[in-house]
Design a protein around this ligand. Structure first.
Ligand SMILES: [Zn+2]
Length: 220
């Protein structure tokens, strides 16, 4: 296994997701030393917004500068392979977050039409890798998007929260009941999407819901 990985890295050396420089293989590295100096980790105050329904937010970086660029490329420019870098980073952060036992990982679902457009759900690729690393089931099929929503960025705060209502449904509440779940998305802006998903999971009887995102545009 290790040998196969080395061989793959020999032919396809890992590159920095921010600048494209080749990075030293074998260290789970995804960015070069130069870019690392400019990365701003997300420092959690541990405080949630009063409207937050999830227990805790685990986040890797602030949503700005080269992080923002890399996430845009990930989503819109066919850089699906970035999911590895994001998952490795997020996994390290999760280990330090002191969460209770997690029973499953699931991602914020995309509407079918968007998935077809893009070919993949960017959050699902991350939740799948995280579930593998954490050795817990990937449960994304249990939360489905039943309604496509308008682009959140065009709406007011109140409109955004209304826009999300009824957008998701739990397909099998029996499998959610009593489970502590890690809910994964790529970016959090207002938190409305994560909150609506959390609400549906809690209504279905879930235990604790922890949110994990690659980057946050929120101050807390
Ligand atoms: Zn770099």
């Amino acid at each position: 296994m290790v040998f196969t990985l080395r061989l793959v890295e020999y032919f396809y050396p890992p590159k920095c997701i921010f600048c494209g420089e080749i990075v030293e293989a074998g260290n789970n590295k995804y960015s070069c030393g130069e870019c690392e100096r400019f990365l701003r980790p997300y420092i959690s105050t541990g405080l949630m917004r009063p409207t937050d329904k999830f227990e805790k937010l685990v986040c890797l970086w602030k949503y700005e500068g080269m992080v923002k660029e890399s996430l845009k490329k990930y989503k819109f420019n066919d850089k699906a392979g970035y999911y590895r870098a994001f998952s490795i980073g997020l996994y390290e952060k999760l280990k330090q977050a002191g969460l209770e036992k997690i029973d499953g990982v699931l991602s914020v679902p995309l509407h079918k039409s968007r998935k077809t457009e893009r070919g993949y759900n960017q959050s699902f690729l991350i939740s799948r890798m995280l579930s593998g690393k954490m050795k817990v089931p990937e449960m994304s099929r249990l939360l489905i998007r039943v309604r496509n929503t308008e682009s959140q960025s065009l709406l007011s705060q109140k409109g955004r929260s209304e826009n999300m209502k009824g957008a998701f449904r739990v397909s099998n509440p029996f499998k959610i009941r009593g489970k502590n779940i890690l809910l994964v998305d790529d970016v959090v802006t207002t938190g409305n999407t994560l909150n609506e998903c959390t609400k549906m999971l809690k209504d279905a009887g879930a235990g604790k819901i922890y949110a994990a995102v690659v980057a946050s545009a929120r101050e807390r």
